[in-house]
Design a protein around this ligand. Structure first.
Ligand code: ZN
Length: 313
């Protein structure tokens, strides 16, 4: 190679790098409030006790009548959320996930065979992370070589701390992050979600847990704004299921209704979504891929919620 050719190469590479730096990279964050029951959230929102969620809803697009899958359990819910398919409908005989909602056990279980949202992002060269509960009911989506970071931690605060740490790392800037918040589910199982049909109010512990989660979501948003990432972010806040009395898993509205909120610079400020049909939990993964400009597998059941996107990107 002559010196002139070599120089030309250097200039071309430099030019391409500058272009890449000029285009802000998109970030998709999926936050799952485990056991987040919209009828209770509505009450807290009306009382001004979930101010951060309220701001996301006002500045973005949302529905509080989205639906999860049946059985409305943690493993099938999250797997449907992160694979774009109605997992229990496709695999009704899956013992570990659908029938028993088991924690992932390295000795006995395998990651799902279906395509995950992380898999497609990773294949496109993006950086991906999953931070979930130590109960490991989400670990089924951890397929080899699809996640730069996969962590299973016992508390919301530890999980939030790691998420913030990863977001602050400029050298390894993430494109897709899933964050699992579990305090509400724990409070629901121990003290009760309430029972709307029978007029039983939610426990004070459950109400407090949702308010604590609202504060954590606020911290997440503040950090994204401080890092000047908010403008290029799609933040989806949703849940894997609701709850009734001290349980979930069934098909009642109190168990299957979930929130679905799209916020951040990539979301449209259209307030309540009027989507034909309902937003389903498995629309989350296709919406995440659409936000990242990636193709959606044709065999997925979910569809991107286009109304949640700003029209100019
Ligand atoms: Zn759950």
């Amino acid at each position: 190679m002559t010196r002139r050719h070599w120089l030309k190469g250097v200039i071309l590479v430099g030019w391409a790098t500058t272009l890449a730096q000029q285009r802000p990279e998109r970030l998709v964050l999926i936050v799952s409030i485990d056991g987040g029951k919209p009828s209770v959230m509505r009450r807290l929102l009306a009382e001004g006790k979930m101010p951060n969620l309220q701001r996301l809803m006002t500045g973005g697009s949302y529905t509080l009548t989205a639906k999860t899958v049946v059985p409305s359990h943690t493993a099938p819910g999250h797997i449907s959320m992160l694979t774009g398919i109605d997992y229990p409908a496709r695999f009704p005989n899956d013992e570990a996930i659908v029938k028993r909602n088991e924690p992932f056990d390295e000795q006995r279980h395998h990651p799902v065979a279906v395509t995950t949202v992380f898999e497609i992002a990773k294949r496109a060269g993006l950086r991906t992370a999953l931070i979930a509960g130590a109960g490991k009911r989400v670990k089924y989506v951890e397929k080899p070589q699809t996640l730069d970071v996969a962590a299973y931690l016992p508390s919301d605060d530890e999980r939030l701390r790691l998420a913030l740490e990863l977001l602050r790392d400029e050298q390894k800037r993430l494109h897709l992050l899933f964050l699992h918040l579990t305090e509400a589910d724990r409070a629901g199982h121990s003290h009760g979600w309430g029972n709307d049909a029978e007029g039983i109010p939610p426990s004070s512990e459950y109400l407090q847990a949702l308010q604590n989660i609202d504060r954590r979501i606020g911290q997440l948003v503040t950090t994204l704004k401080q890092l000047k990432l908010w403008g290029q972010t799609l933040l989806i806040v949703t849940a894997d299921h609701g709850g009734i009395d001290k349980t979930h898993g069934g098909a009642t509205l109190e168990e299957v209704t979930i929130p679905w909120i799209a916020a951040g610079g990539l979301a449209r400020k259209s307030s309540e979504l009027r989507v034909e049909g309902t937003v389903r939990i498995f629309d989350t993964a296709p919406t995440a891929l659409a936000a990242l400009g990636l193709p959606i597998p044709p065999d997925w059941d979910g569809k991107p919620i286009q109304q949640a996107f700003k029209s100019d990107w």
